[in-house]
Design a protein around this ligand. Structure first.
Ligand code: NAD
Ligand code: IPM
Ligand code: MN
Length: 357
């Protein structure tokens, strides 16, 4: 019996989480395993109910669970709080840091039936691509110190620090090379070594670690070129290895190339394979409350949880296949429907995936 902490959060978080739980329930029956769920507030809803974005009770629940299934946090209601009290900075980033979830896997694969939803020309997208962004998640400019604001008037200044330790680059590089070994054996490391000293070290260390993986090809690209190459010819990429901020940007771009932000799942894991599983997209305030969000990113994140933290590969594969089969049948939410009059809502998409399972 595995215990799952369910942190649905804000905006579309609770809407898509309901569908992921429905799919997990169906998978348990089919594959004969048992999960217990315990729900807790996180993000804006936790500020409203408990006065802070990450209450101690929520953190304790996570510590006592086998995995965390996370929705999304943030939204206009909490945007005017002091920055360090806002949901993203006071809940999401501390959760990642607390559990040392340094390895963020963001797989972007174009489903065959969705090549028409990709914004690229048909002759570029061909029959689709399959990229894994491996993003360093607990260091870099997000966490470097000092950061702050000082002074006033025209001299007022604000600063963040981008810093990486050799050991931090080594461990995320190994994750990328290991992932490449079970894929098409190519790692493209994304940096800005022509300008940033941090990224000079990044490139050096990645090149050293590559020697441990002679069967995997290594390429380096500057981040500006990489974002361009991704729309020029996504097929050239297998694993994209990125620092924290570049991975944030590259993964949204690759999500949209698969058809929608609502398709991109993610796993944030530590060295012990404990993990938090969350869609790469956010709380989508523009569509929250309407019941039309695409639940697929949340459902595929739940499948990643079964695979990476619970060792339930067969059930995870079955969920992936059920999502693909549902899309093959032409069941689309509004974000991926080419003809919006045929779009189904969040709940109907969840039901269709359960039926396919
Ligand atoms: P967003 O990802 O929430 O939305 C960007 C666009 O993608 C919107 O048009 C939205 O409707 C669409 N979209 C996202 N998920 C979708 C889904 N499942 N189905 C259909 N459409 C979907 O990004 P944003 O608007 O920049 O951020 C909104 C809030 O979410 C902010 O507070 C931000 O900080 C937060 N955020 C949280 C997380 C997280 O909790 N992991 C991640 C990203 C952003
Ligand atoms: C993501 C999000 C977060 C990030 C924000 C909400 C802190 O954009 O998970 O990609 O930048 O990591
Ligand atoms: Mn992001």
């Amino acid at each position: 019996m595995s215990k799952i902490a369910i942190l649905a959060g804000d905006g579309i978080g609770p809407e898509v989480m309901d569908e992921a739980i429905k799919v997990l329930d169906a998978a348990q029956k089919k594959f004969d395993f048992a999960l217990t769920y315990e729900h807790a507030d996180v993000g804006g809803i936790a500020i409203d109910n408990h006065g802070e974005a990450l209450p101690a009770s929520t953190l304790t629940l996570c510590e006592n669970s086998d995995a965390i299934l996370f929705g999304s946090v943030g939204g206009p209601k909490w945007e005017n709080l002091p920055p360090d009290q806002q949901p993203e900075r006071a809940a999401l980033l501390p959760l990642r840091k607390h559990f040392d979830l340094f390895c963020n896997l963001r797989p972007a694969r174009v489903f065959k039936s969705l090549t028409g939803a990709c914004p690229l020309r048909a002759d570029i997208i061909k029959d689709g691509f399959d990229i894994l962004c491996v993003r360093e998640l607990t260091s870099g400019i997000y966490f470097g110190t000092p950061k702050g604001r000082e002074g006033e008037g025209p001299d007022e200044r604000a600063y963040d620090t981008m810093a990486y330790k050799r050991s931090e680059i080594e461990r995320i590089s190994r994750k990328a090379f290991e992932a490449a070994r079970s894929r098409r054996k190519k790692v493209t490391s994304i940096d800005k070594a022509n300008v940033l000293t941090t990224m000079v070290l990044w490139r050096e260390v990645v090149t050293e670690i590559a020697k441990e993986y002679p069967d995997v090809e290594l390429a380096h690209l500057y981040v500006d070129n990489a974002t361009m190459q991704l729309v020029r010819d996504p097929h050239q990429f297998d694993v994209m290895l990125c620092g924290n901020m570049f991975g944030d940007i590259i993964s949204d771009e690759s999500a949209m190339l698969t058809g929608s932000m609502g398709l991109l799942a993610s796993a944030s894991i530590n060295q012990e394979s404990f993990g938090m599983y969350e869609p790469a997209g956010g709380s989508a305030p523009d569509i929250a409350g309407k019941g039309i969000a695409n639940p697929i990113a949340q459902i595929l994140s739940a499948a990643m949880m079964l695979r990476h933290s619970l060792g339930l590969d067969a059930a995870a594969d079955a969920i992936d296949n059920a999502v693909e089969a549902t899309l093959d049948k032409g069941v689309y939410t509004a974000d991926i429907a080419i003809d919006s009059s045929t779009a189904v809502n969040t709940k109907a998409m969840g039901d269709a995936i359960v039926a396919a399972l």
